[in-house]
Design a protein around this ligand. Structure first.
Ligand code: PXP
Length: 243
């Protein structure tokens, strides 16, 4: 079986920075560390409300990512224009609602297919691979195929939410992934995947790429706060020794 690609979503590194509107932690530096540790790609979502990633982050990622950059965006004119200018390797189109805490469902492919088709056309014309973030249903897969995209990302939120009683949700993902492969599309998956629930999804042979963000950033804090505290302890103590 081929190796699953792991894309690390670094949005929440920027969430912590935006809590103080300072320059740390830097999501671009975090991206480089994730790449050095084995990430196959970096994912970032430039939201309309700019709650975490900022335009200048995306500009810097576009030139600094050494693996592949997957930019998530909604159908927002200025962000689509930014993507066409920066030309990341891949754009994943996602739905966005201002009041949501995170991307809560897949794209509504029946809502405005003309507009969606036009954006897919512009991005493709710019040389960008386009993927659609959709719910894991046969209908979403077939509609994505009709829109002519080479890839789609199955929303694993329902699976994650129901974990560990998530067999039915896992079966939906498997069925949707099989249908997408039959139709010749590349299949990605993501949302809500954690160190506890990732294994059954990572084992689905039809999937070739996972996007994981919150859990990896959370784990970084959990594993990093000890050494970070020890470093500050040393500095504070050293000040008393020398003065
Ligand atoms: N895939 C898509 C399309 C997303 O919008 C997100 C969240 O930004 C993720 C994957 C990653 O989700 P999580 O942060 O829960 O791992």
């Amino acid at each position: 079986m081929t190796r699953m690609r792991l894309y690390v979503n670094i949005d929440h590194v920027a969430t912590v920075r935006q809590a103080r509107r300072t320059d740390e932690p830097d999501p671009v530096a975090a991206a480089a560390l994730a790449e050095a540790a084995g990430a196959d790609g970096i994912t970032a979502h430039l939201r309309e409300d700019r709650r975490h990633m900022q335009d200048h982050d995306i500009e810097r990622l576009a030139v600094s990512v050494r693996t592949l950059l997957n930019l998530e965006l909604a159908l927002s004119e200025d962000i689509v224009a930014l993507a066409c200018r920066l030309r990341p390797f891949q754009v994943t189109l996602v739905p966005e609602r201002r009041e949501e805490v995170t991307t809560e469902g897949g794209l509504d492919l029946g809502h405005d297919p003309t507009r969606l088709g036009a954006v897919i056309g512009r991005l493709t014309e710019a040389g960008i691979r386009v993927s659609l973030f959709v719910d894991p249903t046969i209908e979403s897969v077939e509609r994505s195929r009709a829109l002519g995209v080479p890839a789609l990302e199955l929303h694993t939120g329902r699976y994650a939410h129901r974990w560990p009683a998530s067999d039915a949700a896992l079966a939906e993902i498997v069925a949707a992934a099989r249908r997408a492969r039959e139709l010749g599309m590349a299949v990605h998956a993501g949302h809500g995947l954690t160190y506890r629930n990732v294994t059954p999804v990572a084992a689905i042979p039809e999937l070739e790429e996972l996007n994981i963000g919150h859990s990896i950033v959370s784990r970084s804090i959990a594993t990093g706060i000890g050494p970070a505290t020890a470093e500050m302890r040393r500095l504070v103590d050293a000040a008393r020794v020398t003065n």
